[in-house]
Design a protein around this ligand. Sequence first.
Ligand code: G4P
Length: 525
Amino acid sequence: MSDVSLDKSVDKRRTFAIISHPDAGKTTITEQLLLFGGIIRQAGTVKAKKSGNFAKSDWMEIEKKRGISVTSSVMQFDYAGKRINILDTPGHEDFSEDTYRTLMAVDSAVMVIDAAKGIEPQTKKLFKICKMRGIPIFTFMNKLDRDSRDPMELISQLEDVLGIEGYPMNWPIGSGKVLRGLYDRYNKRVELYRPEDKDNPYLPLDDDGNLTTDNEITEDSVYQDAKESMDLITEAGNPFDIDKIKRGDQTPVFFGSALVNFGVQTFLDAYLKFAPAPNVHETQDDEIVKPDDEEFSGFVFKIQANMNPRHRDRIAFVRVCSGKFSRGMDVTLERNQKSLRLSNVTEFMANTRENVQNAVAGDIIGLYDTGNFQIGDTIYTGKKNINFKKLPQFTPELFVKVSAKNVMKQKSFHKGINQLVQEGAVQLYTAYTTGDYILGAVGQLQFEVFQFRMQNEYNSEVVMETMGHKTARWINPDQLDEKMSSSRNILVKDVHDEPLFLFENAFAERWFKDKYPDVELTSKL
Ligand code: G4P
């Protein structure tokens, strides 16, 4: 049964992640969005937090109290009648499977690209996950205040490198020192970079795309170039296609500069118009859970362990999929059918305390956890069992050999490893010939967290031997011959007993493919 008032609240939610390569400007643009939402009053706040000298803030207080750093993982604010949830996708050294899993909990993604650099490796990886989920992706070409690449080249890169059609919503009029503004075909206006009248930076365009009033900008060759490019694209480019956008086959592209706050609001307003409200979720039994279903349901997409030894607690991040969360409610944990009371719940950067008490589909709640939850767990209310589809497995890229430092402590070593692997902290493989334990991860931090938690939670000191980057490829067990293993690859099995090779590098993989052309090698996401 659906609930009309719930339906209205859900309809206001916009839940997204920003995907980008480090340094493209994710933090800077997040900050601008928080400024629009009235969450922070001054730019530089998030940045200061990142570098650790963030002193007087509400979130820091929460962090201090809890002794755990969670507050920037989810940022919630209201803007233009919508309630926005931005989920952080840690990059740099913090890059981990959690970064990927966060993308399972959003309804759309914003892709920030440095317009001077174009598409970079980490963006490509994160994009792939979004594409697989078929969620809408909105692109912001950043740093227009610096000399940028030819915008035409940036648009075609989207298609050539990522395989997604780009639909420019606006077009830069110059860049760097000659940045004049944006030729905005969507809003039918020119947005001036340095307008004489700061309160009105817009010059309207008529239906043919010409300025309705005289302005000296029309004399400028960078304006003429931008208009020409836009005319050409309007005539010969891909038409705007909302169905393609919804499927993630076309991305609306916006240009601007997060640092000088140019084009960001134009982007946000259009984004909110086209980004989807929370969608339905499928269960293992192929049933559909609707966001406005009365019973509450959600799934755990991330567990953040506390790195502070004085606080052993963890936080399980739950994406709400249906119903309404209220503090103190009883839910069923699907995996073991246990009943749990949700009373110790963390709030994110909400404007008021009430927000988390009334979380609905699209919102994220953080549950203090003493070991009840695993990644992928479903929780729900009501008599009907709900079990959401499993979260996908990702292809790890970094590997270490792991063993217990003290051979007498095998029991706690095995207990810890099993628990942490089940929880999704790292992936575990066993070498065919030697029986060695090998851990796989997408980011180095996962190993560090693993080592720390083994010591702190299971009293097991581990030795890790770096194996570096490897290419993991699964092989059909029927085609496997142990003789295929050589000095350039290691044959291992995963926790489901499925065999795979860890190749030294792409060359080793190609060599294998040449030698065994009929053998099928596959990767996970
Ligand atoms: P990230 O979170 O994606 O890693 O990027 P972040 O926002 O931290 O930005 C990386 C660098 O790029 C920062 O400079 C930031 O100021 C700069 N930047 C972001 N957006 C723009 C933009 O639109 N134009 C220009 N010119 N620069 C931009 P930094 O020197 O590393 O840091 P800071 O010392 O300036 O804070």
